[in-house]
Design a protein around this ligand. Structure first.
Ligand code: PAF
Length: 289
């Protein structure tokens, strides 16, 4: 696996492979690799003849007081893991390589990114869509893989790619869980022992509520109210949101239209997000991914 730090190096490496008629795949990441990232990389490498991963902690998607400074940065370890997961080229630019001084152009999706995480993290999705646009322009991949753990991000990026005619296929990668059900996240390392032990409580309650809604045992509003109370009691955290959503991320008010339950939980200083399908089942809804 080759490591490069500049856009020019990426363009040169990719141009050679494209001329050789290889399918180019991209996995955008911020590093702190865990099995969730590696699953996306393997998925990409299985579909593409040349897999590029980006490793860039994107400052413009963090708000004031968020964890930009403390975000896990372990480049040497990440390099080894990415190489083992089939990445051919790792693009790890510095901030001033990605953003020219005085950079004043941003890309914003204005509907799907407003609620849920977008409501409590103003500017977050604008930072994501801007950096993903830049990565798509730099790499010009045929396909790009994003995990379902960040469900809203996945939907926002799909919408942006549709609206702005990017010639790229967006592939949904599975949500990968720890054996106890906690969704894998680079931020899980922030949890102390007792919060780490309590955190899977959110997943267990989401799964039960999803089954109750799908089985018609409870109306959505009643299932959500009970689940909200139980998640906060079990985890000791504070829910930012727990919503029933349809396939377009709009609030679902009838079981038939409900596709996901999605939640964000503040557990001490750590913000965790998770989602399960309704009815539960399929990739990402069991602890085995
Ligand atoms: O999901 C992430 O790690 C980031 O939001 C992404 C897509 C790499 C953009 O910085």
């Amino acid at each position: 696996m080759e490591l490069v730090r500049t856009k020019d190096e990426v363009r040169r490496a990719v141009a050679g492979r494209r001329a050789g008629e290889k399918i180019i795949g991209l996995v955008p990441t911020m590093g702190g690799f865990h099995e969730g990232h590696l699953t996306l990389m393997r998925l990409c490498a299985g579909r593409a003849g040349f897999t590029v991963a980006s490793l860039f902690v994107n400052p413009i998607q963090f708000g004031p007081g968020e964890d930009l400074e403390s975000y896990p940065r372990h480049e040497q370890r990440d390099r080894e893991l990415a190489a083992g997961a089939g990445v051919d080229l790792l693009f790890a630019p510095a901030v001033d390589e990605m953003y020219a001084p005085g950079c004043s152009t941003f890309v914003e999706e204005t509907e799907l990114g407003q609620g849920l995480c977008g409501a409590s993290r103003p500017g977050h999705f604008r930072g994501v869509t801007t950096v993903v646009t830049k990565l798509l322009n730099i790499v010009q991949p045929d396909l790009a893989v994003f995990g379902r753990k960040d469900l809203q991000q996945l939907m926002v990026i799909r919408r942006m790619v549709r609206d702005l005619d990017f010639p790229v296929e967006i592939i949904e990668g599975p949500l990968v869980r720890e054996p106890d059900g906690l969704a894998m996240s680079s931020r899980n390392v922030y949890l102390d022992e007792s919060r780490r032990a309590a955190a899977p409580g959110m997943y267990a309650v989401l799964m039960r509520a999803a089954a109750q809604i799908a089985g018609g045992q409870r109306q959505i509003s009643a299932a959500l109210a009970a689940a909200r109370e139980e998640i906060e009691r079990k985890t000791g955290g504070r829910l930012e949101y727990l919503e029933a959503l349809d396939n377009e991320l709009a609030a679902a008010d009838e079981a038939a239209g409900c596709a996901y339950l999605a939640a964000a939980l503040q557990l001490g200083a750590t913000r965790l997000i998770d989602n399960v399908r309704v009815p539960p089942g399929g990739s990402g809804d069991g602890p085995d991914g």
